[in-house]
Design a protein around this ligand. Sequence first.
Ligand code: ZN
Length: 528
Amino acid sequence: MFSERIADRDTRDLAAKIKVRENQTGDGETERHVLMDKRRGVAGTQIRMVESARCLKQVWCKAMSKLSFLFLVLALAAGQSSRAPILTGPDERYKADMLVVVAHPDDESGDIAGYLARAIYDQHRRVAVIFTSRGEDGDNEAGPEEGNSLGAEREIEGRRAVASFGVTNVWFLGTPNVSSQNVITALERWGHGSVLEQVVRLVRLTRPEVILTWLPAYVAGENHADHQASSVIANEAFDLAGDPTVFSEQLVPDRSGGQSAEGLLPWQPKKIYYFSDASDYPDYGERPPLPSPYRKPFLTGKGPTYSNTDVSPTQHVPYSRLAAQETAFHLTQEGKVGVDALEKNDFKEFERPARLIFGKSLVGGTMTDDVFEGIVPGAVPSARIVARKREKLAAVSLELGGPWNFYGEFWKGHNIEHLAELLPVPEMAIEPGTNYVHVPLLIRNDTATIQEVTITAKLPEGWSDNKTRSSVYQVRPGEVYPVGDRLHLPEIWKPEWQEISWTALFGGQQSGAVILRVYAGANGAMPQ
Ligand SMILES: [Zn+2]
């Protein structure tokens, strides 16, 4: 008599087919085979039991049969508890200590390149870089190529420049170049959510301890919309990449096969730092801008500063020289400054220190500590964004709109409120020869009745505005009324600082003044 039973067992990590054959001969001889077929490469087990006994009595035969069944159960149990395979961990080739998130190839050059050289060569940090854009809208100092052809060149320049420091984990996200000062315009043109999704993915892939990006603020000198947009997205990714409910399709709900997720894990970076193009230091380039008469340089003491005249202990040259070497790859941009410095063996242009600005830390420390102070390997819990209440404002208030208003909310929403203290009075820069400035203002009515609000601007001599035609506004209860004030000014070619203020009059009361400082005739300022 011949009988065959087949039992299939599937577990998440182990599929085992157990085949039991029972071959019982007519004279009472029994043979059992238990075959375990492990499909997923685990060390297989093959158990073969051969029982051969001549039963002298039926009772003895039954007892032996029960014993055999016990062996079979034990064998099955052994099959169930076989060790599951060790999962493959995240790919270490992409692990970064620092992820640099910038807008254009060459944003990483100059004095920041000196700091990156220090971090890579002498602190042995792994660095990865995201360039959101190829910078196709820039000028070309090296050849006739423009537009997308220039973008194609700048991508290679960027890759070669950071590769000279050994950095090869570099991504370009293909956002369009937006030549504006308005971060909101850049975020809208980029497709904000799509770029954020890509940066969150790369944070989860590279698992950086630290993110270094542009300063998320609108100040004279630092006014490229692309720079600011790359920073906004880097800050958002810092807060979101550790949250498994965000872009969950990138994660690992089930690795048993047949699913479409991307296999990443959430990752919470530990610190974020910024750098800025703010051009108000006397050591800024060959033509240092006119210092503001209203304030001192605002980056001093707001984060760690790294000297570029120090000599690298491993490279035996100053960091200024290493920065010049890296910058020299960007020939379509200001690479010639690096080439000249190398030819003349004069690195003054690269000697100003890298002044970083502290953003936030989940591992303690002070504002001016070294970037990696307090960081130990391993994961930290996802950062929580503190729920915030809208501040109680005066009955009727006047404030700047546009990017200024955006940043006021953004800083609070990402626990970087201290950035509001960098420049308590907002400012902007305009190109030489600019003859108008658009200033967005918001009137907010927090009273229970409609309010008639009169706006009055105090302008520098020779300036005028368009608001006199409609300077009285009817603002309903709870309403925020946007007012665009277009200021006309004489063309200014020689740099100068001016201060403008607005006040709101309502029901016999006057609001506090809104002040904006304008650095006019600023070389390099973006169009508004
Ligand atoms: Zn740039």
